[in-house]
Design a protein around this ligand. Structure first.
Ligand code: HEC
Length: 211
């Protein structure tokens, strides 16, 4: 059973809407307690480092051989680069989305709930914040990925306006079921998911914070 707690956006509404069960307060508290601030800080640090690695590689690829080369580069390297950062930090990092280019990045049901909540929040003009929750084996962090750079539109913007014809052909060849176009500046592109083993925060420092 999934236990959700300490959510920074009103996930309670999600729980009601999507029918997850919530255990009564106090149950298994000692096993599952975690410091939300520590998780958010660590999650943000890891997501930022991953974003920086991906974007500096993307920029290098564009400088080397333009958008065409960068498309081929991302096709081969985006997931291995993300995975290498997962190993480095001893966590699992991924980018999940409601509009996937690579089907591997399709949001699972929990990620889809968070995405839906973010989209609702953005539509009503609210800020979108990181979310954390835990189950027996792991602690999960999510944060929004928004389109904040014109550069993104070369490959994720409007067909025939932002994305050139030849690049669209390459995208469709590499990803026959691509759904990752039509985005505008400020749109939600997806979420970061960082999953920590439940023991990740069991350092002395965190234990002291918990007391
Ligand atoms: C040169 C073209 C290109 C540019 C520019 C680009 N992307 Fe992508 N993007 C891709 C490709 C190709 C994939 C699929 C990678 C794979 O197969 O793992 C992708 C995948 C993604 C994904 C993973 C979800 C999915 O649909 O597979 C996210 C999130 C994403 N891009 C966000 C961005 C953001 C934000 C920017 C701007 C900072 C950006 N991209 C710029 C080509 C691009």
């Amino acid at each position: 059973m999934v236990i959700m707690r300490n959510l920074l956006i009103p996930l309670l509404a999600l729980l009601v809407t999507y029918g997850c069960h919530h255990e009564s307060p106090g149950q298994r508290d000692t096993d599952l307690s975690f410091d939300t601030t520590a998780v958010v800080n660590e999650g943000e640090k890891i997501a930022k480092a991953t974003f920086q690695t991906l974007s500096s590689n993307l920029k290098n690829a564009i400088e080397e051989g333009g958008i065409e080369h960068a498309l081929q580069f991302c096709n081969v390297e985006a997931i291995p680069l993300t995975d290498s950062l997962s190993s480095h930090h001893d966590v699992s990092i991924r980018r999940a989305t409601h509009k996937p280019r690579n089907p591997y990045n399709t949001a699972d049901s929990l990620e889809a709930n968070v995405i839906k909540q973010y989209i609702d929040n953005m539509e009503s003009g609210e800020n979108v914040q990181p979310v954390t929750y835990s189950d027996e084996n792991r602690i999960t962090f999510h944060a929004p990925i928004t389109i904040t750079n014109q550069l993104c539109l070369n490959c994720h913007g409007k067909v025939n306006e932002d994305i050139g014809e030849e690049h669209l052909a390459t995208i469709q060849e590499l990803y026959p079921n691509d759904q990752a176009t039509g985005f505008e500046m400020g749109d939600l592109r997806g979420v970061w998911t960082v999953r920590f083993p439940a023991t990740h925060f069991d350092s002395t420092e965190i234990q002291q914070l918990k007391q």
